[in-house]
Ligand binder design. Structure first.
Ligand SMILES: Nc1ncnc2c1ncn2[C@@H]1O[C@H](COP(=O)(O)OP(=O)(O)O)[C@@H](O)[C@H]1O
Ligand SMILES: [Mg+2]
Length: 517
């Protein structure tokens, strides 16, 4: 036993990395919150609370000690107890983040050990300037407020935090799509990163429409003033001209839609999969198909209608007849994703000049939505040497790269995502996936994500799926997500080993659908 403590909170560090602490419950230090630790020799540290346990003791006289093993707190057996008074204590451990020096923050070292240091909530100014000091690139991304700071400390992220794969997870209506929108707006405002959004719920189709100052301030704890608003809006006016929103035919006034493809835009293997040809099971049928359309293939550029006409005009041997029947039965000719050979095609659009491209696959029936999503993934993979840096965003990612694909087309989309997840980073291709069901997203893709953005979760069982993939995030912090309010999130970045609890605020542009504020 090294300390009797009926009174003030204290902390010890034996390794200069983490600390254990003890505090009366009347002076709570919530998990994820920031603390200031002041030692007897006038050193100050900023730390983050990671775990918290409650110790209950009865008696007017009580004592709590920290054993040699810094994490196991024992009640002092020698204390005299009485049943008259019950006092609760919190104990647990935290991580040291930095040493606070006069005007700056110094990294901690193995020599930063202390005993019986004072521990208290960190002042807002210290948290705020610590965060700004961790932003390597300016300007930072301002995404909301840091939790447990009475809405006083703005949450700022490093743009380069998103120059790797990220996984955003949370139950339905936890605020994933909204949060994704906040991050995308900030990335567009503050970086030259190109962003393509595969938008399965048409949530981002109004990204080019800026909110009024009143509407923005309804979702901010600290109001933007007119000057700030005007400055951001002017910047957005420039960005807007480089936002492309691509909709299917049924959603546009034009007869031609850019969210459509030529059949020849797809690799042969995908053309076979759409037609239900199985080269390994029925090589003759596949061979006969390619023989029948050989002149089209020679031409290079052909539409699905071209292929259909060519099959109809042929002598129609039984297997081609069967194939035509299959196309008719499945209504493939009427899919709205087909464009004429002369275009315009999604591929032409992807090759164009834009900084953000939104593919609105919301009204496309499966498997058309998956075919378009896969076409986009495949396009960027094939052009990986030509682009500097690109962020590929997939909301509802379990529909595009599922763990258990329901058909070969889904398997192909999942394979494309796995390829980018495994090797994309080195070509500057980064994925940003969102899903309410981590277990339904291809596990290899999730496991390749160094960043976790976790919003409210339903159950402990779902958290189990994330524990393995994001083992760098302490379980005690992961489980905070069970109590999050809408918009609150845990943001964990493996490269910097930072874990921040924050609330997303201040969406700048309209959301698709209901646009509820
Ligand atoms: N941080 C937030 N502040 C204000 N409204 C929010 C916030 N997050 C979500 N919402 C609102 O909550 C609703 C559900 O959010 P959404 O992002 O669509 O959830 P999810 O994608 O997780 O299902 C939307 O109507 C959205 O406008
Ligand atoms: Mg959503």
């Amino acid at each position: 036993m090294i300390k009797l403590a009926s009174q003030s909170p204290f902390a010890n560090s034996h390794n200069g990395k983490d600390f254990d602490y003890f505090t009366p419950s009347s002076n709570p230090l919530p998990v994820g919150s920031y603390v200031k630790i002041s030692t007897e020799d006038n050193c100050e540290y900023l730390g983050q609370i990671i775990t918290q346990g409650i110790v209950e003791e009865s008696g007017t006289k009580h004592a709590v000690g920290v054993s040699e093993d810094a994490h196991s707190l024992e009640l002092d057996a020698s204390s005299k107890r009485s049943k008259q008074k019950r006092v609760n204590y919190s104990r647990g451990m935290g991580n040291l983040l930095c040493r606070i020096e006069q005007d700056s923050y110094a990294p901690i070292t193995a020599y930063d050990v202390f005993q019986d240091a004072k521990i208290s909530r960190a002042p807002h100014t210290a948290i705020s300037s610590y965060f700004l000091s961790t932003i390597a690139q300016n300007p930072p991304l301002e995404i909301g407020v840091i939790k447990f700071t009475d809405n006083q400390v703005r949450a700022t992220l490093n743009p380069s935090d998103f120059y790797c794969h990220s996984f955003l997870c949370g139950q339905t209506r936890s605020g994933k799509t909204w949060a994704l929108g906040v991050i995308l707006e900030q990335l567009l405002l503050n970086t030259s990163l190109r962003i393509v959004v595969i938008d399965p719920n048409s949530d981002f189709i109004k990204l080019d429409q800026f909110h009024s100052i009143e509407d923005i301030n309804k979702t901010r704890s600290e109001n933007l003033c007119n000057e700030q608003y005007e400055a951001i809006r002017k910047r957005w006016d420039l960005i807007r001209t480089l936002i492309r929103i691509i909709k299917p035919k049924s959603q546009t006034m034009q007869s031609a839609s850019n969210l459509s493809i030529r059949f020849s835009d797809l690799e042969k293997q995908k053309q076979e999969a759409i037609l239900g040809l199985k080269p390994s099971e029925d090589p003759n049928e596949t061979a006969l198909f390619w023989l029948t359309v050989r002149n089209l293939v020679k031409r290079g550029c052909y539409s699905f209608a071209d292929v259909y006409k060519c099959l109809e005009r042929s002598a129609r041997p039984p297997s081609i007849y069967k194939l035509l029947q299959r196309i008719k039965n499945q209504g493939i000719l009427d899919w709205e994703i087909w464009c004429p050979a002369e275009g315009p095609s999604l591929i032409d659009e992807l090759e164009g000049n834009w900084s953000c491209l939104i593919a609105d696959i919301g009204v496309l029936d499966p498997p058309q939505n998956v075919i378009i999503a896969e076409t986009i993934l495949d396009f960027f993979w094939r052009k990986r040497d030509e682009f500097k840096r690109i962020l590929i965003v997939m909301d509802e990612a379990h529909n595009i790269c599922p763990q258990s694909p329901i058909s070969i087309l889904y398997s192909m989309a999942a394979e494309s995502a796995v390829r980018i997840a495994a090797e994309g980073n080195k070509f500057g291709m980064h994925l940003f996936l969102a899903s309410q069901s981590p277990e339904k997203v291809n596990f290899q893709v999730v496991a390749s994500c160094p960043n976790l953005l976790l919003m409210r979760m339903n159950s402990v069982i779902e958290l189990e799926d994330l524990k393995d993939a994001f083992s760098f995030v302490p379980e005690s912090l992961l489980s905070q997500s069970l109590h999050f309010q809408q918009g609150e999130a845990l943001l964990a970045f493996n490269s910097s080993s930072r874990t921040v609890l924050a609330k997303f605020e201040g969406r700048l542009t309209h959301t698709g659908g209901g646009d509820i504020i």
